[in-house]
Design a protein around this ligand. Structure first.
Ligand SMILES: [Zn+2]
Length: 307
């Protein structure tokens, strides 16, 4: 049976026996007979990752400067499963952009954005880790008793309309930034399509892990569906701390040496250049020095973190 997804409009081949069907393109679950989104819009992802500590350790072991005896001497302390409510949206936008570029003069171009995003429905430290998070699209199920009892279950405290405001802003920003990348000056943006569809409330599983190592306690958060390490702390080996300290010192020495050479050869005129090379040396050293005095370092599998 051929039908169309009520949200993204994709043409789909649906088995005759299926009463509800999940669109493979945007993840919407809809009634195949009525051709509309199902009324019950509360879903969850099942926490299929059962050994989050292993996922966490395997990721940490790949990080730079981790003590070689970590796995051996780390002690697994506790784990908590958080079921975080997230509003899922399907975004679709298209616009005609009139722009002015030095190279081409005035021109018009058409841009398009399609995206699926999730916006946490609560504000707590775990939910904050899920801002801008690349959620999986498929595999959600209708919420049931089992899901509610599977972990710490949070009720949404932020309204769908609040989340929608954020979703609209995201789509707008995505379109504007795509437009801005085409030319130096944007004359006008004319939206042809601007659709923000709430696909439902989805409870998403996140494991919180705690482990100890040589008298310190470290935390980590692991995606309960994919096993991705969202955020974690880990120790740094004393040896690599010393190496980074030495490298930091080297950058400062190099900067100072350049400064001295410049002043020696150019005299007073070299002053400014000397200051710059000193600053460059300090800038190169700073992240290494701050890392070297930390016993805990942060890492993430999905984004670059600042030291
Ligand atoms: Zn769809």
């Amino acid at each position: 049976m051929k039908t169309r997804c009520p949200v993204c409009g994709a043409e789909l081949e649906v088995p005759e026996t299926a009463q509800v069907f999940e669109c493979p393109y945007c993840g919407t679950i809809f009634d195949t007979l009525k051709g509309s989104k199902v009324d019950q819009q509360h879903f969850y992802f099942s926490p299929t990752v059962e050994n989050p500590y292993d996922y966490l350790m395997r990721f940490i072991e790949r990080q730079y400067g981790v003590p070689s005896d970590l796995r051996e001497n780390a002690s697994y302390r506790k784990r908590v499963l958080h079921m975080i409510p997230v509003y899922f949206f399907h975004l679709r936008g298209a616009a005609d952009v009139k722009a002015l570029s030095r190279k081409y003069g005035y021109f018009t171009a058409s841009i398009e954005e399609v995206d699926d995003i999730g916006i946490p429905a609560v504000d707590n430290p775990v939910a904050q880790l899920l801002e801008d998070y690349p959620f999986p699209l498929r595999g959600k199920r209708f919420l049931d008793e089992k899901a509610v009892k599977s972990g710490v279950f949070y009720k949404p405290t932020l309204s769908p309309s609040y989340a929608e405001t954020i979703a609209r802003r995201r789509l707008e920003n995505a379109l504007i930034s795509e437009a801005s990348s085409m030319a130096e000056q944007i004359v006008s943006v004319n939206y042809r399509v601007f659709k923000v569809d709430l696909k439902g409330l989805v409870h998403y599983p996140v494991w919180e892990i705690e482990y100890g190592y040589r008298g310190n306690i470290f935390k980590g958060y692991v995606d309960g569906v994919t096993g991705t390490v969202i955020w974690t702390e880990h120790p740094l080996a004393a040896k690599s701390r010393a190496l980074q300290l030495a490298l930091g010192g080297f950058f400062i020495a190099l900067g100072s040496l350049t400064a001295i050479t410049v002043v020696a050869s150019l005299g007073k005129e070299g002053g400014l250049a000397a200051i710059f090379s000193l600053i460059a040396g300090l800038a190169g050293a700073f992240p290494l020095l701050t890392r070297s005095i930390q016993v805990k370092v942060k890492a993430s599998e999905i984004r670059e973190l600042k030291a």
